[in-house]
Design a protein around this ligand. Structure first.
Ligand SMILES: [Zn+2]
Length: 62
């Protein structure tokens, strides 16, 4: 699961893929992570490309 500290705002909002940062057109839920921002912890849903990116197609999701 990606570290939410490394994700951008749009990734945390579910607009961009949490893995490859591309704008999502067709998406799927990757999972929920706890993201600590300052002293508050939120649960955020991470959305990724559908079909899943970075799964054998050579793209690097780092
Ligand atoms: Zn993606």
């Amino acid at each position: 699961m990606p570290d939410p500290d490394t994700l951008t705002g749009p990734q945390l909002e579910g607009w961009d893929c949490a893995l490859c940062e591309r704008r999502l057109v067709a998406d799927q839920l990757l999972g929920t992570v706890e993201w600590t921002c300052g002293s508050r912890t939120r649960k955020v849903e991470l959305w990724v490309c559908r079909p899943l990116c970075g799964d054998g197609d050579g793209s690097d999701g780092a």
